[in-house]
Design a protein around this ligand. Structure first.
Ligand SMILES: [Zn+2]
Length: 239
């Protein structure tokens, strides 16, 4: 599996797959390591992680989608209960994927030993989406809450734009407080800066006020309206 060091004691792991590349992140503390997302479950994630650290590893899945959570079976795995059904339907016996005994993902501060991260709930893409903020690397790990191309709120399990905006504002406030400078997402090749977050807040407000009218779009699972602002795009079903 491809991986690279992106900050001290911070790795990005990349797995190719049917829905495109997916990024996972490994944060090393002094006492334990945090793995963020577990990918499609096809790659040698476990052995790659063991090559990078001897520490006990806990896995926090940013949300329940199969391209992010199917590798959970190999780890001490956590997911928000709001996304449990998504994970369970993606791991039904006919798919032949091992199912993890998923634990409820706690919010708030997590101490890895000499390195504290903050976990916040950011409903939008899914009801149980979370972001992990790490002041040491000055990075926010956001799963699919923010992606460089389209943000998908057009799924059955997505929230409306209003709730997504609240999540972005919560994220922005926490990022300012912790002096976070970079956004690392589930599918981006490069980190994004905080302008990306500000632009998505602007776009969400424009959608809600009616200033921006999305164009009808159907991308299969994701459908509704597609709205853009500069290079930012949100596909949404509901306001
Ligand atoms: Zn997703």
């Amino acid at each position: 599996m491809e991986y690279k060091l992106i900050a001290p004691d911070t790795y990005k792991l990349i797995e190719p797959g049917p829905a495109g590349r997916v990024n996972m992140y490994l944060l090393l503390g002094k006492e334990r390591a945090l793995l963020i997302d577990s990918g499609y479950g096809k790659a040698d994630l476990k052995s790659t992680v063991e090559r990078l650290t001897n520490l006990p590893v806990i896995l926090y899945n940013t949300h329940g989608h199969p391209d992010h959570a199917l590798g959970s079976y190999a780890f001490d795995a956590y997911l928000r209960k709001e996304d449990e059904d998504i994970y369970l339907s993606a791991t039904e016996p006919q798919y032949g994927i091992r199912r993890a005994a998923m634990k409820e993902l706690p919010l708030g501060e997590l101490d890895l030993g000499g390195r504290k991260v903050l976990v916040i709930l950011t409903p939008g893409h899914t009801q149980g989406s979370i972001c992990v903020l790490d002041p040491l690397a000055k990075m926010a790990f956001v799963g699919d809450t923010i992606n460089p191309g389209e943000v998908w709120l057009g799924l059955q399990e997505s929230t409306g734009v209003g709730q997504y905006l609240e999540s972005l504002l919560t994220l922005q406030k926490a990022c300012e407080r912790l002096e976070i400078a970079y956004i690392q997402s589930g599918h981006s090749a490069k980190p994004m800066n905080m302008n990306k977050l500000a632009n998505l807040i602007h776009l969400s407000r424009n959608i809600l006020s009616g200033k921006t009218k999305g164009k009808a779009v159907n991308e299969g699972l994701c459908q509704g309206h597609r709205a853009t602002y500069k290079y930012n795009c949100i596909i949404y079903r509901d306001l």
